[in-house]
Design a protein around this ligand. Structure first.
Ligand SMILES: C[S@@+](CC[C@H](N)C(=O)[O-])C[C@H]1O[C@@H](n2cnc3c(N)ncnc32)[C@H](O)[C@@H]1O
Length: 416
């Protein structure tokens, strides 16, 4: 009669785990052991390049020979990752003698422990055993992962809020919340990162920009306080102060706050100012990078920002100030001398002046150029042109912000 396995979460930090074998199976198993903080001893005559890199980096101890019984001295667990059944059986015999649990890649029925299929969702780990059928375990695991990532969390059913960054700050003993500056990506709601999504589903307060994908907000729990940052009155700098204050106040009151910003928070997103404001108020801040429109918008239009033999650099520049503005920090004359790709954000209004300046300082008028409006959304529009004509063409086509302008030979690089 086969009995059910007894599930456990092994706390391996600083504990010796022996892995026998240095091939593909070991390559897959070792990262999770290292992630758990295990003291990994790898016994194998040869290693894959990935394992070799970890050994070279001092992340594990490598014994470059075949297994010997004394390798299990001090071990809490052994993973046999070799496909020679005789050799594997002799390792598991030594392990059994010493009462050390032994996972066997070659023969699950002979093993004293099984590795489950795992999905990690922030602090939550879901481990699935499929009754001896690893494919069944993976199928169930994938379904659970999808539920955690997409369905259950927004309704507040599955994911327990966690406050790994919570700290006692300037509140005199009361628990301080936290702020996460999360990049929401360029427009397609699926382009937020897994971590950004998780924090969003755990948030008590979400302070969102105009450009964040609306569908992400649509899925928030009903009890979440949603602050629309684009509706905050006063001029741009006053509004920023107001936003900083909201972030700090809510976090000091104990809330988990997500500051959700279009693209990446640090690419023309004023994320740095918000981080400084929180830090000076003693509020813990996490920054979750996002997929920036400066790369995603060209990509969505079939334009790679670099391409072998075509462009070895790309420069992202703000066009929100005209080239002759005394406040501009951009050396347009120097940019005109580059051969690579120029990606201009917030540049539609000043496009005629920008392109004229680039041409005046030496960039060829025939350089391919494109404008991508509302990239990665259902209303995306793409215009292809040349540097001397793109401003007029964009006007004729009535292109509007948000739009990214791409200048360089990469614009046509993928044309057949
Ligand atoms: C204030 S900046 C913020 C950029 C953002 N942090 C990022 O990394 O994408 C706003 C500008 O980003 C560009 N942008 C943002 N989303 C876009 C999209 N979906 N399509 C085209 N351009 C976009 C436009 O140039 C817009 O004017």
């Amino acid at each position: 009669m086969t009995s059910n396995p007894y599930p456990l979460g092994l706390r391996l930090h600083g504990r010796r785990v022996v892995v026998v074998g240095g091939g593909a199976v070991a390559t897959r198993r070792v990262p999770a052991l290292l992630d758990a903080g295990a003291d990994v001893l790898l016994v194998a005559p040869e290693l894959t390049p990935a394992l070799q890199a970890r050994a070279d980096a001092g992340r594990l101890h490598w014994v470059p020979r075949r297994f010997q019984p004394e390798d299990l001295d001090g071990a809490w667990l052994v993973q046999v990752a070799i496909d020679d059944p005789m050799a594997a059986a002799s390792v598991s015999a030594v392990a059994a003698e010493r009462r050390i649990f032994c996972v066997r890649a070659d023969d699950r029925t002979a093993a004293t422990a099984w590795t489950p299929a795992v999905t990690r969702h922030g602090p939550v780990t879901v481990a699935v055993l499929g009754g001896g059928d690893p494919r069944r375990a993976m199928t169930v695991r994938d379904a659970v992962r999808d539920l955690l990532a997409v369905r259950l969390a927004p309704d507040g059913i599955a994911v327990a809020p966690s406050r790994p960054d919570a700290a006692t700050g300037a509140t005199g003993g009361r628990q301080t919340g936290r702020v996460a500056l999360v990049g929401a990506g360029p427009g397609d709601p699926e382009l937020i990162t897994v971590k950004g999504w998780r924090l969003l589903t755990e948030a008590d307060v979400v302070v969102a920009d105009r450009l964040v994908p609306g569908l992400l907000l649509d899925e928030l729990r009903p009890d979440v306080e949603l602050v629309d940052a684009s509706k905050i009155p006063y001029g741009p700098s006053r509004a920023q102060e107001e936003i900083n204050q909201i972030l700090v106040d809510r976090a000091l009151a104990g809330a988990s706050v997500v500051r959700l910003k279009g693209g990446d928070p640090y690419v023309f997103g004023r994320g740095g100012e918000e981080l400084l404001a929180c830090a000076s108020a003693g509020v813990p801040v996490t920054v979750v990078p996002g997929v920036t429109s400066s790369i995603a918008a060209p990509a969505a239009a079939g334009i790679p920002v670099t391409h072998r033999g075509v462009a070895h650099e790309f420069t992202v520049v703000s066009g929100h100030l005209a080239p002759d503005s005394p406040a501009s920090l951009v050396r347009w004359d120097a940019l005109a001398g580059l051969h690579g790709t120029l990606v201009i954000l917030m540049g539609l209004k000043n496009l005629a002046a920008i392109t004229a300046t680039l041409i005046a300082h030496g960039r060829s008028p025939q350089t391919p150029a494109a404008v991508v409006q509302e990239a990665t959304t259902g209303t995306q529009r793409v215009l292809r042109s040349t540097l001397d004509a793109v401003a007029a063409d964009a006007l004729t086509a009535d292109l509007r912000p948000p739009a990214v302008v791409v200048v360089g030979d990469v614009v046509n690089a993928l044309d057949g």
